[in-house]
Design a protein around this ligand. Structure first.
Ligand SMILES: Cc1ncc(COP(=O)(O)O)c(C=O)c1O
Length: 382
């Protein structure tokens, strides 16, 4: 069998290597604590689970779902945008249900890019943007985020030639930065001026700390002309395994993504979509509690890393701490030593783009006792 060469460009060797070493260490009996994944450890919300179970017990819910998602869910998403952001969406033209946010990056890239055209991708940023650009035949052009300015993009120094789209993500994985509405307005203005599509990933929209509020790009007046926003239920509603999200905004791009989806899948299980409706329309009280739990973990991680001589950012949101290592040491070196000497798996910053080389990312999604144990085991880099 001959596999397509495009596969070889994906999955960085570095990631696969660390995961394989962690698996081998576990097989040898090591108690490896993974601070690598952003997979919420908090249990499912009871009302969401009840809605899922009730719908799963109804034979009618086992038929194929509509391609663009259940109308009840599209309407619930539109109501949510109205309540939460004061943004009006047409649930028929401006909302499309996805099988998780990640799926949306693939369809957006395929809907917009031609072979050889470029996409601006945050550096550092969530790796799925770059891989989907590559799979769509596009060229990945790093969009440098400035650590000195709260990890914002410097639009004045950004080259839009040959580009067709921009990916953006605030609250930001891996940096934890939360931006202001004015920063999203700058992104919209840049995209409007250069005729680019803007795909804003709001996966961590509700995971914010110290009373911060994360804006939606669609709150920028006129944003719908150039932008879509990708919504995820994974982190906000502890539904990572259920795989449900949405794309909202620019009706032309939403329609193109609907066409692509209709050729590649037939939508998410109706029962999961009903669980998503329950999540949006049910009590939102868990949000304050979840933020408090993650914020307390953030504080413990940051304090310990400072003690160890690293330079962590104090994240304004997300489920991660992004920490710079002392000069001369790469994230890859430290991640390798952390696994060998402490049986703790952290992510090397390089996985998020070239600028991430001197960083590591630690996830806040392990129970408190395990997190404390991991922090006790970590050591001062030398
Ligand atoms: C920035 C970002 N966007 C999207 C996702 C994936 O979201 P979903 O589970 O809805 O596919 C993640 C997951 O870690 C993420 O970090």
């Amino acid at each position: 069998m001959r596999l397509a060469s495009r596969l070889a460009e994906l999955t960085p060797y570095l990631f696969a290597d660390l995961n394989a070493r962690a698996a081998a260490a576990r097989e040898r009996g090591a108690d490896v604590i993974s601070l690598a994944a952003g997979d919420p450890d908090l249990p499912p919300l009871p009302h969401v689970l009840e809605a899922l179970i009730a719908a799963a017990g109804d034979p009618a819910q086992h038929r194929y779902p509509p391609y663009d998602g259940l109308s009840e869910l599209r309407e619930a998403i539109a109501r949510h945008y109205r309540r939460r952001y004061d943004v009006r969406l047409d649930p028929r033209r401006e909302v499309l249900v996805l099988i998780g946010a990640k799926e949306g990056f693939a369809h957006a890239a395929h809907a917009i890019l031609e072979p050889g055209s470029a996409a601006l991708v945050p550096d550092p940023g969530y790796p799925a943007y770059a891989s989907q650009v590559q799979l769509a035949g596009g060229v990945v052009r790093p969009l440098p985020l400035d650590p000195g300015r709260g990890w914002l993009a410097d639009w004045g120094a950004t080259d839009p030639r040959m580009a067709r789209m921009v990916f953006l993500n605030y609250p930001s994985n891996p940096t934890g930065a939360v931006c202001q509405l004015a920063d999203l307005a700058d992104a919209v203005a840049f995209c409007r001026e250069h005729h680019l599509a803007l795909v804003h990933d709001l996966a961590y929209g509700e995971i914010t700390f110290d009373g911060r509020e994360a804006p939606s790009v669609l709150q920028v007046p006129g944003a719908t002309e150039v932008a879509v926003e990708i919504v995820s239920f994974s982190k906000t509603y502890r539904m990572a395994g259920m795989r449900v999200g949405a794309v909202v905004g620019n009706p032309e791009l939403v329609a193109a993504m609907r066409v692509l989806k209709s050729h590649s899948d037939t939508g998410q299980f109706r029962a999961i979509q009903r669980a998503a409706v329950a999540a949006l329309e049910g009590p939102q009280g868990h949000l304050a509690g979840d933020r408090a739990i993650y914020q307390a973990r953030r504080d413990r991680v940051v304090a310990r890393l400072v003690e160890l001589g690293l330079q962590p950012d104090l994240p304004g949101g997300t489920l991660y701490v992004w920490a710079k290592l002392p000069a001369g040491l790469s994230g890859r070196d430290y991640a390798s030593m952390a696994l060998e000497r402490a049986a703790v798996l952290v992510t090397p910053g390089e996985a998020y783009g070239p600028s991430g080389k001197p960083y590591i990312r630690l996830s806040l999604t392990v129970p408190d006792e395990r997190l404390d144990e991991a922090l006790d085991r970590l050591f001062r880099p030398s």
